[in-house]
Design a protein around this ligand. Structure first.
Ligand code: SF4
Ligand code: SF4
Length: 393
């Protein structure tokens, strides 16, 4: 059978009402047109993103200290402290010879730098594709490759501060050093703003580690497990997040008490050493994206690759603090995948075509807690009844 006579295939590209009454030649022509449209849209995205990718080079020249600050802040606390004191000493020594120091960059300086603008542009492109129903498997793979190449191989943008730092170091340094660092606030906002507008837009369409897991999951593999126990995975993820938060209140007090009893300085090396560590350090798979090939890399990459082959986004569902926070934000994001239960015939075509464990739960009216939906849109096009939509209602 000509694949274009297949109604499900046609509906993957066009709403059912449009294709009703068309013969196979009409469908073929229309689908050909839509494919050209998809390709042009994708090319346009690539051009826009490539243009955005040139911004940091300019920005680096104009604001060299922005990058230095980011790199310093993303390093260890000790490094940060060392660099800070070195900078202070340098500034003091050169006070007479050098012009006055430039003002430190603020949140908006970082937010409007090339990297974070590229985050927002990619999220906006994703939103457009979803609202226009212009998503299919190949558009999706193209966009995941763009996200991975832009943010995951350090060719265009440095990894650090990585998305993980946007949550961990933002709060760690607030509690340990008493400062909200603008670079981390900007990163946090660049991840959270899209996620508040559209369900998990950052995770689904921008995050390089999410893209890497998603791409690996697309490799055909006989032993895929789609319906895994989300409650268990989520319990681990939320427990890690809770432990991360509690350590700051509990351990800081504990160290202060110890320091008090022993006469030690709670702001000294002991406290700084602690502040450099958090519960996510041993399981921070973002470190893979430095591509330093050593034993730890090989072990972690193998674990993640095998897990991603079997499960959809295992790191996101079981560990990532951003995944945990954006899962909570899913409840308030107005733009999201919605199932019209009146139109749905429960044929399960969407479940078969989707990579996630989510759509099966969204279809079930009895579901109270659904796994994360990354708004990938792959379930939308396969529904012959047009029962799955991305929108406000
Ligand atoms: S959950 Fe974490 S690793 Fe997964 S896509 Fe979101 S930010 Fe990236
Ligand atoms: S429910 Fe649909 S949009 Fe959400 S992750 Fe699954 S396939 Fe993607």
């Amino acid at each position: 059978m000509d694949k274009f006579t297949n109604v499900a295939t046609a509906n993957r590209f066009l709403p059912r009402q449009v294709t009703n009454g068309f013969d196979k030649h009409d469908r073929k022509r229309l689908i050909g047109g839509m494919k050209t449209h998809y390709t042009l849209t994708l090319l346009l995205c690539l051009v826009v993103l490539a243009a955005a990718a040139t911004v940091p080079a300019q920005s680096e020249q104009d604001h060299g200290d922005h990058v230095n600050s980011a790199a310093a802040l993303a390093g260890t606390v000790a490094d940060t402290a060392g660099q800070t004191s070195a900078t202070i000493e340098e500034t003091e020594t050169d006070a007479v010879a050098e012009p006055p120091a430039m003002q430190q960059p603020g949140v908006t300086d970082f937010l409007f730098s090339g990297r974070y603008l590229a985050f927002l542009i990619l999220a906006a492109v994703a939103l457009t594709l979803l609202l226009g129903r212009w998503v299919n498997r190949w558009v999706r793979i193209g966009m995941l490759v763009v996200a991975f190449v832009l943010f995951g191989i350090e060719q265009f943008y440095p990894l650090h501060p990585s998305p993980m730092c946007g949550v961990t170091k933002l709060f760690m340094f607030r509690f340990t050093m008493g400062t909200w660092f603008p670079v981390f606030i900007a990163l946090f906002l660049a991840m959270i703003i899209p996620s508040i507008i559209g369900r998990k837009l950052f995770c689904g369409w921008v995050c390089p580690l999410g893209a890497m897991q998603d791409l690996i999951n697309k490799i055909p593999f006989k032993f895929k497990i789609k319906q895994f126990n989300f409650t268990v995975f989520n319990a681990v993820r939320m427990s890690l997040l809770a432990m991360f938060v509690l350590t700051f209140f509990w351990v800081k007090d504990h160290i202060a008490l110890l320091a008090d009893n022993t006469g030690a300085d709670a702001t000294g090396q002991m406290w700084l050493a602690f502040s450099n560590y958090n519960v996510y350090e041993p399981v921070n798979f973002f470190e893979l994206l430095h591509w330093n090939i050593d034993t730890v890399f090989v072990v972690m990459f193998t674990v993640l690759a095998i897990a991603s082959l079997v499960l959809y986004r295992p790191f996101c569902y079981s560990i990532c603090p951003i995944g945990a926070i954006t899962w909570l934000l899913e409840k308030i994001a107005p733009l999201r995948i919605r199932v019209d239960h009146d139109a749905c015939t429960e044929c399960m075509d969407c479940v078969a075509a989707s990579p996630c464990p989510t759509i099966a739960k969204l279809i079930d009216v009895k579901t109270k807690v659904a796994p994360d939906c990354t708004s990938c849109g792959e379930c939308m096009g396969v529904c012959e009844m047009d029962a799955i939509k991305f929108g406000i209602k």
